[in-house]
Ligand binder design. Structure first.
Ligand code: THU
Length: 136
């Protein structure tokens, strides 16, 4: 379970990371903040590409930064996204590919904080968003 202070910190960091989103094609800007078991926070934003398929989601940017720095176990991620010119107005649930990346490194009770703002958010578990996920 996350403490309220941790939730607020994660949402703040996701909103901050969203400011770095590179999304000239969709104009949909996403930020994420990933909390490791050791208490480190890794942030990420979406990074689009003119060839489209190389695009990386905010969540995977955060995971790949973390894993490349040696982190392997995680407690929670906060995600915030929406059209670039305004504050998020709806929840931004992770895409299927990002859910599969979460399944690789996280347990079923991994917490996914979908945030519109610091005041408005909903918390899901990985098992709730990716039931019967593929694992080897
Ligand atoms: N996107 C994310 O970064 N995370 C999500 O959870 C959903 C989608 C990005 C990918 C693309 O750059 C843009 O949002 C529109 O799909």
């Amino acid at each position: 379970m996350l403490a309220e202070k941790e939730i607020q910190e994660l949402i703040g960091r996701a909103l901050e990371a969203r400011e770095n989103a590179y999304a000239p094609y969709s104009n949909f800007q996403v930020g994420a903040a990933l909390l490791s078991d050791s208490g480190e926070i890794y942030t990420g934003c979406n990074i689009e590409n003119s060839a489209y398929t190389p695009t990386n989601c905010a969540e995977r940017t955060a995971f790949f930064k973390a894993v490349s720095e040696g982190a392997r176990s995680f407690r929670a991620i906060s995600i915030a996204g929406g059209p670039g010119e305004k504050e998020p107005e709806t929840l931004c649930p992770p895409c299927g590919v990002c859910r599969q990346v979460m399944l690789e490194f996280c347990s079923p009770d991994f917490q996914i904080v979908l945030a519109i703002s610091r005041e408005e958010y909903q918390i899901y578990t990985l098992d709730g968003l990716a039931p019967m996920g593929f694992r080897l």
